[in-house]
Design a protein around this ligand. Structure first.
Ligand SMILES: N[C@@H](CCC(=O)N[C@@H](CS)C(=O)NCC(=O)O)C(=O)O
Length: 199
């Protein structure tokens, strides 16, 4: 039986929930209240020494780190394949996930921290700069989409991994953007998928 230690609004948990839903895998949610620091209790730290959600257990297997959990689910439950078989295409999938995570992280976190401040303490130049940087980075995905429905053509782990980040970029008002029309349509397509709707 699969169990997911989850905090509902956590983007890192959401990408795992998308994969579990896409693969139609039954699982139990174990809520972890981050506001009560339940992720730092000794028992929880035995499962994830980093003290973060998500943790996924699959019988006696205990895993953490959302991207690694998703790779595990893909290998252990391949019936609904979410990665290409071809090694070069698989490598490309990992490059796109890495780009969306690592390269977006600095401006994304900068913007998030700034917007968390009280309005009078926020710096408009920092907000504008981070938004401009994120928009520039999004152009790569706009180009990758070309005439495809999803980032690799078919729906894949890349889409599942990155959707929590894209929905937050929508929340920040960066998407949709007239200069990124394919991404706009892509987001509508993604949000229509039951796995994403149910988040
Ligand atoms: N790299 C980790 C990041 C996990 C993470 O940062 N989780 C956040 C919630 S989105 C968390 O548990 N924060 C609570 C804390 O750090 O105490 C992953 O992908 O799973």
């Amino acid at each position: 039986m699969i169990k997911l230690y989850d905090f509902k609004s956590s983007p890192n948990c959401q990408r795992v929930k998308v994969v579990l839903a896409e693969k139609n895998l039954p699982y139990e949610i174990v809520p972890v209240d981050l506001t009560k620091k339940e992720q730092k209790t000794p028992d929880y730290l035995k499962m994830n020494p980093y003290g973060k959600v998500p943790v996924l257990t699959d019988d006696s297997t205990v895993l953490y780190e959302s991207l690694i959990i998703n790779e595990y689910l893909e290998e252990k439950y391949p019936a609904t394949a979410l990665m290409p078989k071809d090694p070069a295409k698989k490598a490309k999938a990992r490059i796109l996930t890495d780009y969306g995570m690592a390269h977006f992280d600095s401006p994304y976190q900068k913007l998030r921290m700034e917007l968390q401040k009280e309005a009078k303490e926020q710096s408009q130049p920092i907000i504008d700069g981070a938004k401009a940087d994120l928009k520039k980075l999004l152009q790569r995905f706009e180009d990758e989409l070309a005439d495809q429905q999803y980032l690799l053509g078919d729906f894949s782990l890349v889409d599942a991994n990155l959707i929590p980040r894209f929905t937050r970029l929508e929340g920040f008002g960066i998407l949709p953007d007239p200069s990124l029309p394919r991404l706009g349509k892509y987001m509508e397509r993604m949000k229509a998928r039951p796995s994403v709707k149910s988040l």
